[in-house]
Design a protein around this ligand. Sequence first.
Ligand code: HEC
Ligand code: HEC
Length: 249
Amino acid sequence: MSGIGRWLKWVLGMGGLIGCVWIESAISQYEGDIPPQPGDAAAGRRLFRNRDWTATGLTCIHCHADFNEKKTPDGYIRPGYSLFNSGYRTELHTWNGEILGSLREATSICMIRWMTPRVEGATEGEAPEKHHLRQIMAYLRSDELVQEKKARPVEPMWAKDLPSDRLLKVGEANLGQRVFRRSCIHCHLDDGSGPGPSLIRNGYSRYQIAKKIRGKDNPGLNGLVMPPFTRDRLSDRELINVSSYIFQK
Ligand code: HEC
Ligand code: HEC
């Protein structure tokens, strides 16, 4: 190898090494759990359930239960999974199917996507406040929520295709109304008081409604995007019926 080649290799090698060390330290800073302080879990519970502190009016409870959905259902099926017993899950999913190994990262991704003040021109927001993150983590890991320190990962089923136009046309609006009351109404109040827009006379086709629900090519509204429902949270049959109901609404 020529002198120049060796030199180049050395420079690239060092650059890579420095880059790795830099990324490594950025990650460990991010991952390092800030020790919880007294009162954090109670504060975190309030943040989880109360929408008045977020920039978008959306908070965790709109998308995730914090109780056992099977044993004590409250009548709603939310787009995200319950975070009951999730405090020590070691495999977690983001809204778009990426797999993560850290609760802190998963929580912070949700806050940036849906809760913090919007960044102009982007469909996301600013980084969350450190103390909010610390308090919410303390709540998710509190005795109230965690019963066992091992938790199996959830198994979301992402929808690859939308039902055909022909199927969407035969949806039953009266059955769709039931789906609406269970899965949509807590975000889409008829009087428009949010956090999502009122869906009365929305002007969307059935296909566009179905696309919105499955999170396909959704540009969102003012930097906020509706969370997608996977097929295990909302079946294709329910999708077809609710799209018909919203189409007629
Ligand atoms: C607008 C909806 C929405 C909001 C608000 C939201 N999330 Fe999520 N979150 C999702 C979706 C969708 C997923 C991906 C599906 C899943 O894993 O539940 C997800 C995933 C997660 C996961 C990974 C769960 C797993 O085991 O895969 C955690 C942890 C999480 N969110 C925590 C939070 C916390 C804590 C808050 C409030 C600070 C929050 N999220 C707010 C929609 C939301
Ligand atoms: C966690 C809150 C949340 C839930 C649950 C939710 N949505 Fe949304 N939805 C939003 C937000 C926020 C928007 C505005 C951003 C966007 O268009 O992506 C929206 C937008 C929409 C729009 C476009 C409205 C317009 O005027 O632009 C339709 C249609 C819609 N949702 C249908 C549904 C249906 C049907 C369900 C139930 C299966 C549902 N949504 C559940 C938050 C939610």
